[in-house]
Design a protein around this ligand. Structure first.
Ligand code: ARG
Length: 399
């Protein structure tokens, strides 16, 4: 029996041509695997059929949307995950999930290798291959675009020569990756960071400059996970979809940033992630209400570490697993309601409540009924500032 390779298939030009290209270059049978992570657009059945028409011996479609929401987006939300404080890890979150299915299908169908359509310049190649290595150390990873020199020009020629049933997307100058957590747009005129983004780039968000009547939503969380919007229950996936719709209508979550890739390149990225940004803001507000100061401060450091690990392709690593345990433990009391006002590109928290709130009105109030004994503050500050006072005396004496 011929050896087999399972290719992560998107239905686009590169991976469609990649099927024949891989088969020609390696002699292996190519199995196509298309994973639905809520990227929308084409019918997954059309994508499945196209892979067969392009020469795949088998074509598998996985609807992983709920899994993505539950097992990847909710951990990211609990971690308030933002790479370099700006990027909610849209692509970085989908790669380990796709890699998990690649490894699973490879095992089930007796393949000895997997393949993906990434170039050699980005993070996604690292994420796919590092995840596969961690899950199935015996599988080999092949990248036709990178390792077998499949350039875009060659792909177009190949598709024409072999009469492959793909619409020429050569006209689209952007490299776009999307899923239910957001959309990433790169290349084209954006490669000059001085060029402002144009309205055309966006799909999940309306122009935030067009101010509409504000929308107010109440998001209910339970142990760090949003479970309802305005009292209506949703799955994690459903919550993210609903928030994309609500926050997207007000242009929330547009991001334009120069970002540091793992491979050393700085790249200009335009993202839109309306649901992700609104949910992270709501989640952070609920944590502010329910998590004690030191734990919150320590967690913010863990969040940055977690985000770096996931950005760098180490989803299936020991450190990431251990940080997840810590983060999960912090979420025990992160339950309650957050009211968000959506307008003009912003999601603003306007209300917060929780049965596990640490906010004590009687301690906080400046009105009568105050239970905080202000006379204790005087002695507290004496002792708190004692080290400063002693060292300042020394510094002055030594001058
Ligand atoms: N720079 C982002 C990241 O590394 C987005 C990558 C988008 N991928 C793509 N093939 N356009 O996560």
């Amino acid at each position: 029996m011929a050896e087999r390779v399972v290719l992560a298939y998107s239905g686009g030009l590169d991976t469609s041509v990649g099927i024949g290209w891989l088969a020609d270059a390696t002699g292996k049978e190519v199995v196509a695997l298309a994973v639905d992570v809520g990227q929308g657009g084409e019918d997954m059945n059309d994508i499945r059929q196209r892979a067969l028409d392009c020469g795949a011996v088998e074509s598998v479609v996985v609807d992983a949307k709920e899994e993505f929401g539950r097992d990847y987006l909710m951990p990211a939300l609990k971690a308030n995950a933002m790479y370099q404080k700006t990027y909610p890890l849209v692509s970085a979150l989908s790669r380990p999930l796709i890699a998990r299915h690649l490894a699973r299908v490879a095992k089930e169908l007796g393949a000895d290798s997997v393949a993906h359509g990434c170039t050699g310049k980005g993070n996604d190649q690292v994420r796919f291959e590092a995840a596969v290595a961690a899950l199935a150390p015996d599988l080999t990873s092949i990248a036709p675009v990178r390792d077998l020199a499949l350039t875009r020009d060659k792909a177009i020629v190949y598709a024409e020569q072999h009469n492959l049933p793909i619409r020429q997307s050569a006209a689209n100058p952007y490299s776009i990756d999307k899923n239910v957590w957001g959309r990433a747009v790169e290349t084209g005129f954006l490669e000059d960071p001085w060029n402002p983004p144009i309205e055309d780039l966006y799909e999940y968000t309306q122009d935030p400059a067009v101010i509409k009547d504000a929308d107010e939503v109440v998001i209910t969380f339970q142990a760090g996970v949003p479970i309802a919007i305005d009292g209506v229950a949703y799955t994690p996936l459903g919550i993210v979809e609903k928030m994309n719709e609500l926050a997207g209508a007000h242009g929330v979550g547009r991001i334009d940033v120069v970002e540091d890739r793992l491979v050393g390149i700085k790249s200009r990225e335009v993202y839109e992630a309306p649901g992700a940004i609104a949910l992270i803001q709501a989640h952070e507000a609920l944590e502010a209400l329910t998590i004690e100061r030191d734990l919150g401060r320590y967690k913010r450091g863990v969040e940055a570490e977690w985000s770096n690990l996931v950005y760098d392709g180490l989803w299936f690593s020991g450190l990431k697993r251990s940080l997840d345990v810590f983060i999960d433990d912090t979420q025990k009391y992160v339950s309650g309601d957050i009211r968000l006002k959506l307008q003009g590109g912003r999601a603003v928290v306007t209300g917060q409540k929780s049965d596990a709130s640490l906010y004590d009105f009687d301690l906080a109030t400046y009105d009568t009924g105050d239970t905080f004994d202000q006379s204790l503050s005087k002695g507290f500050i004496e002792i708190w500032s004692l080290p400063s006072k002693i060292s300042a005396r020394r510094d002055l004496a030594q001058q």
